[in-house]
Structures are given as C-alpha cells and as structure tokens.
Design a protein around this ligand. Structure first.
Ligand code: SF4
Length: 341
C-alpha cells in the first residue's frame, strides 16, 4: 500500500496583468494552470522543464511561499488526517513550515552574508523556540557533521566557503526542524558538475537517513536521472508527461520530453547523438497557443494539435509497475527516442 504525503489537485497560480493609468486588469499570466500530482512518502518526484514552465511556482505554491490562486494541496502528516495547505491560518502554516522545507537554488544568494554559519543554521530553531542556546549550538554542530562540514568552522561567514559547501550549509538549515518534505529548487544548478554529483549523493544519503520526501525541481532533465523515482515534465504551466524515471527516460511518450532527453549527454561513444533543437522560445504564458500549447514547436504537430487541447491519458508503464501519464493526441502512433539506461 502506498503512503501518500502530498496530494495536489488542480493547482493554479495566475499573476494578474495590469495596464494603464487605472491599472486595469487586462489578463493573467497563467504560471501554473491546473496541475495535479501526488507524492508518496520517501519518494523523490522530479519537476522538469525549461525556464518559465511553472515548476518553481508549483514548488513554492505547495509550500505556500506564494499564495496559489486555486486548487487543493493536501499534506498528510504521519498518522494524522490530511490538512489542506491552502486553507490553513497563519498559526496552522507556522506548524506546517516545520514539516515542509526548501533548499534554494543559489547558494551564494540564499545565505545572509552578515550571519555566521552557526547563526544561519540555528535560525529556524530559534524562530520556533527549539531548545536552549546550548542545545541549539550542539544541534548546529550535529547538522554540519551530517552534511559533511566540520563544526569547528561554524563561526565563519558564508563567503569563506565554496559553492558546494554553501549548498551544504543551506541543506543543514533545511534539515534543522526535522522536516518530512523538502522542495529542492534547482539545488545543484549553480554548481560545477563534479560538485553537483557530491551534493546529489548527499541529498540521496540524507533521504535514506531521515526518511525524507523530495520534490526536486530542475531545468536539466539529465540531473534528475539518478535521484528521482518519478519525473513530471512541465510545459507552460501544465504537466505534459508523468512517469517513473526509468520508463520516462527509456520510452518517452511526449515530443517535448523527447527533445529534452536528446540534450542529455550519453556516456556511450557509439550511441548516435542527435540533438533535437526546439525552434522558438517557450511561449509567453499570458498568450497560450490554442490546442496543444507545444504545437508551434512540435515536429509532429497537425491540425488536430492546433485545434484541441489534449487530455492527460494514463497507460501502464512498459517495463515496470505503475502508470505513465501523457497529454498528447498522437502518443500511441509516435515512436519517440529515449535514452538507453
Ligand atoms: Fe505535438 Fe500534437 Fe502531441 Fe502536442 S498533441 S505534443 S503538438 S503531436
């Protein structure tokens, strides 16, 4: 039996567009437009897509770091009835914030340069009144050890650390209150490739050690390969494909996923590398194309694609249990290229 920790239904986040002297409401940027998904306890769900597809807005809406326009976000705290995050009062949100934390993209910008590492990591403990001053200091030492940093450097400032070390400090801060769910927003994007691997390994180790659940947001689909159990691909505010990582990489069913996968470097030199270059920019979410939003850039598009929005259909995964969901009129006829894993 699966144990769901998060159930998001029909989540929308619209940003109003206002114009003129009287700031008339003339439209909406539909950053997230009817997204539904669930996350099981202990699972890592990857959210991928180009910049502007709505993945970060989805992650922030789940934590209510920004207010969703509509939809439900049910969080199942261990052994308790679910709470709808969108309906919680300030006091309710305060309790929940201990259970849901975030790792930020930019380790240079997300740490206050005027605070020491000790102050940064113990800030959540202080805000929630956890422990005495001495206990908090001891907890900071423990957390730094857990993320692979020497506690003797806790009195240093962030600028004395490398990018990878700073991200470890950010991870220590996220772990301080024993969260159940962590939204990692482009957690390794700003790091060098070799450091990326170390931080990804740390994220995996911590998941095993503390039974964490992750929503892992990345624009680079190659990064989610080793860390995610399932991957959801987003395009202009909607999910277009959701499947187990292996199934999605081996046999993608949406042309957008195929194009993203074609950019993943392959370790096999005999494998023919043919990158599909997507023509044009990601469409402005304020002016979504008719029908399938991907049709202006899709090599398989026809008249039906421009006229009708494809519904999400679910089929069994080919090589493992679970389901593979895709929103494409022609997924049954297309033979798309994946990445052999
Ligand atoms: Fe391409 Fe048409 Fe499928 Fe959209 S519905 S992804 S345009 S084939």
């Amino acid at each position: 039996m699966t144990d769901t920790i998060l159930d998001v239904q029909d989540l929308r986040k619209y940003f109003p567009v206002k114009k003129g002297f009287f700031r008339r409401h003339v439209g909406d940027v539909k950053a997230v437009d009817g997204v539904s998904f669930t996350v099981d306890r202990g699972e890592t769900l990857g959210l991928v897509g180009e910049s502007g597809c709505g993945k970060t807005t989805t992650g922030r809406s789940v934590l209510r770091a920004i207010e969703p326009t509509s939809g439900s976000i049910r969080f199942f705290e261990n052994g308790k009835d679910p709470v709808d995050v969108t309906q919680l009062t300030k006091a309710g949100m305060r309790h929940l914030r201990q259970k849901m934390q975030m790792i930020f993209q930019d380790p240079y910008a997300s740490l206050n340069p005027r605070m020491t590492v000790e102050e940064i990591v113990k800030e959540p403990l202080f805000c929630f009144g956890v422990g005495t001053a001495r206990e908090r200091r001891e907890r900071v030492g423990e957390l730094l050890q857990v993320v692979g940093l020497d506690p003797k450097y806790m009195s240093r400032y962030p600028h004395t650390f490398s990018g990878g070390q700073r991200q470890r400090i950010g991870i220590a801060r996220a772990l301080a209150l024993h969260p159940d769910l962590i939204v990692a927003d482009e957690a390794v994007s700003a790091l060098d490739v070799s450091v990326q691997a170390q931080v990804l390994n740390l994220i995996l180790e911590l998941q095993n050690q503390f039974h964490l659940t992750y929503i892992f947001i990345a624009h680079d689909i190659g990064v989610v390969d080793h860390i995610c159990d399932r991957v959801a691909v987003m395009y202009i505010g909607k999910m277009v494909e959701v499947a187990g990582t292996k199934s999605l990489f081996r046999s993608p069913k949406h042309p957008y996923t195929e194009a993203l996968l074609s950019a993943v470097p392959r370790p096999n030199p005999h494998y023919e590398l043919k990158r599909m270059v997507l023509e044009g920019e990601v469409v402005d979410p304020a002016h979504r194309p008719s029908g399938c939003a991907f049709h202006p850039r899709c090599r398989y598009a026809d008249g039906l694609c421009a006229a009708e929005t494809p519904a999400m259909e679910t089929v069994p995964q080919e090589d493992s249990r679970g389901s593979h969901a895709v929103a494409c009129h022609h997924f049954k006829e297309l033979q798309l290229k994946g990445v052999f894993r």
